[in-house]
Design a protein around this ligand. Sequence first.
Ligand code: FE2
Length: 349
Amino acid sequence: MNTYTLMISCLIVSGAVVMLCSIRQFKSNIQLLKAFYICKKKKLSWMISLHLTMMGFFFCGYIAFLYFFLNKVDLGLELITGLIFFFGAIFVFMSNIIHRGMLLTIQESYDHSVSIGVALEEERKKLLTTNHQLLQTEDVTILVLAYQAELRDGETGGHINRSSEYVSLIARQLITDSCYAAYLSEEYIRDLVKSAPLHDIGKVGVPDLILQKKGPFTPQEFEIMKQHCRHGADIICKAREKLTFRSFLELAAQLTLCHHEKWDGSGYPSGLAGEAIPLSARIMALADVYDALRTERCYKEAFSHEKACRIILEERGRHFDPEIVDAFFAVEKEFEQISIEQADTSQAA
Ligand SMILES: [Fe+2]
């Protein structure tokens, strides 16, 4: 084999290797397009099959040409070269068509994805708005229900708002510095604040004669009054049974049932003591009592903030959980501010 023949052979073999690599790369691209579901068009699939066939012809022609050249078989070198160039030209032409088809398919898929993205974003905004409106409706419904019970008691609704804020203040302080920090979470506080207005909802089950009595209760009347905790829990449990998911009503039922329990076990309705009383009810108890102390009632005037603080301190470890009393004293200035800013009418100086 002379140098000329060797050089031609090397060129033909190199061409065949490049062709093989091209076929392999082409197949890999097609698989990638199929994996992304952007190569589904029938026309494009047909073109790809034809393209592969053309590549096969071109490759076979190439190998045949190499064989004939090396063995010096004269079958019409011009004819073979012409055929190879013919199939090569078709191969290149079809490559362009197929690549254009692929790019158009990708463009369509991209446009489709963008339009889906825009539609999803609009849907997400609508859902967020609806969710916000539902939450607002839920809050208003809770306040209206709670206000209904308060109205019968001669209250103006201020007690509901203030006690919710007091509950929030204590819970946030407990999360900052107390042994309950690990137990409390933002979700728990949210449910707690939402539940607070419902703590006296059971008063709707107490007769007006007792609820609106100006003087002290007789023992029998007090027993009936005590029932407002169970009435409230029953009302909330009835609502909870209608739901198919866990809601704040679980916590609301606990808080409503136990907000008159005392740390030393002398409270009602069950005489629970210490940590047997749900934490939510222990927090509510202090918030409820502070507001009662700071508000004018038919049987007493509104106490000053200092007097309310003294009474709460005396009840540390008796009526109230010591840890919650400590949390109260860490934020007592905020309590005073709320009691003044949100006083019902010329009360709580
Ligand atoms: Fe109560």
